[in-house]
Design a binder for this molecule. Structure first.
Ligand code: AMP
Ligand code: MN
Ligand code: MN
Ligand code: MN
Length: 287
């Protein structure tokens, strides 16, 4: 019996570097019981991943998405699982997210040009074509802009690109998140899915009381679960978020946030997330 799952991963449909099919094959080779593909703001890798998973009878495939949402304090990431990607609610949500990025990417590139850097959207698209074999209908993200800056010789590394130019607060940064978190939860539910707050440790809250207020507002809007296990959570944080989820009546989920070579410090299947640790609707539907 396979004992561990990874419910948070990225493919080349967003800013990971493995194709959806490669990612699924890798998850099976790692002996995972289940994998969810949760690309940023796109469902375009789910078809390929789902078809690839048919070759691996011991691996459960869970379709997902990681949506960047606005909330009063800034931005947060909402994971959606097992929704109908073709439903009007999901099509409308993804449409908004695609539009935000289509507006934003050229603005970031213009900011870079204004700083004297020789870079164009064509350079960014060339990076995407190399990773994905075409621009396709996946997401073009800041990671691709960072890679274009690297190949232009303008920066030494992705970290350097984010720190000096395109990270939040850096001079070429442009905000993108417009859809309120409450609306994101509603759309995921309308599409029959499960809504889980991603990496709660990354919410920019001034203190614990504020964090709990944000969480209660999201619960009021229908939030189903909390990502207690995450590649960047310490064992202490995992314990804390598991306890908090139980106290507030939220389901417990978890995953690595694997991005392949884009984030080499994160490994697929780490931290180990036991099948038995997953609670709520996802456990009922898949495990
Ligand atoms: P975007 O969704 O276009 O705003 O791009 C944000 C993505 O950039 C995040 O999902 C991260 O995976 C990635 N990212 C942020 N900082 C870094 C960094 N220093 N190095 C590599 N990737 C990063
Ligand atoms: Mn990412
Ligand atoms: Mn995230
Ligand atoms: Mn992620």
């Amino acid at each position: 019996m396979r004992r561990f799952v990874d419910l948070h991963t990225h493919s080349s449909a967003s800013d990971g570097n493995l194709t959806p099919a490669e990612l699924v094959a890798y998850a099976d080779a790692q002996g995972l019981a289940a994998i969810a593909l949760t690309d940023h703001d796109t469902t375009s890798g789910l078809g390929e991943a789902g078809r690839a998973a048919e070759a691996f009878p011991e691996l459960r495939f869970i379709p997902g998405v990681e949506v960047s949402a606005r909330f009063p304090n800034g931005t947060l990431h909402m994971l959606g699982y097992d929704f109908d990607a073709d439903s009007p609610a999901m099509r409308n949500l993804i449409g908004q997210l695609v539009e935000c990025r289509a507006d934003r990417n050229p603005k970031i590139v213009e900011n870079l040009q204004a700083m004297g850097i020789d870079i164009s959207m064509a350079d960014v698209e060339a990076v995407v074509v190399e990773l994905r074999g075409g621009v396709g209908d996946g997401v073009i993200s800041r990671v691709h802009i960072a890679k274009a800056l690297c190949s232009r010789g303008a920066v030494r590394s992705l970290d350097d690109a984010f720190a000096r130019y395109i990270g939040a607060g850096a001079p070429a940064f442009v905000e993108k998140d417009r859809t309120p978190a409450v609306e994101v939860i509603g759309a995921i539910h309308d599409a029959g899915g499960v809504a889980v707050l991603a990496h709660p440790s990354q919410l920019a809250c001034a203190n614990h009381a504020q964090f709990e207020r944000v969480l209660r507002d999201l619960i009021h809007a229908g939030l189903d679960g909390l990502e207690a296990y995450h590649g960047m959570h310490t064992p202490e944080q995992i314990r804390l978020y598991r306890a908090m989820a139980r106290r507030l009546g939220l389901a417990i989920t978890g995953g690595s946030d694997y991005h392949g070579r884009t984030k080499p410090e994160v490994s697929l299947g780490r931290p180990r997330v036991p099948v038995a640790a997953i609670t709520g609707e996802l456990a009922t539907r898949f495990l």
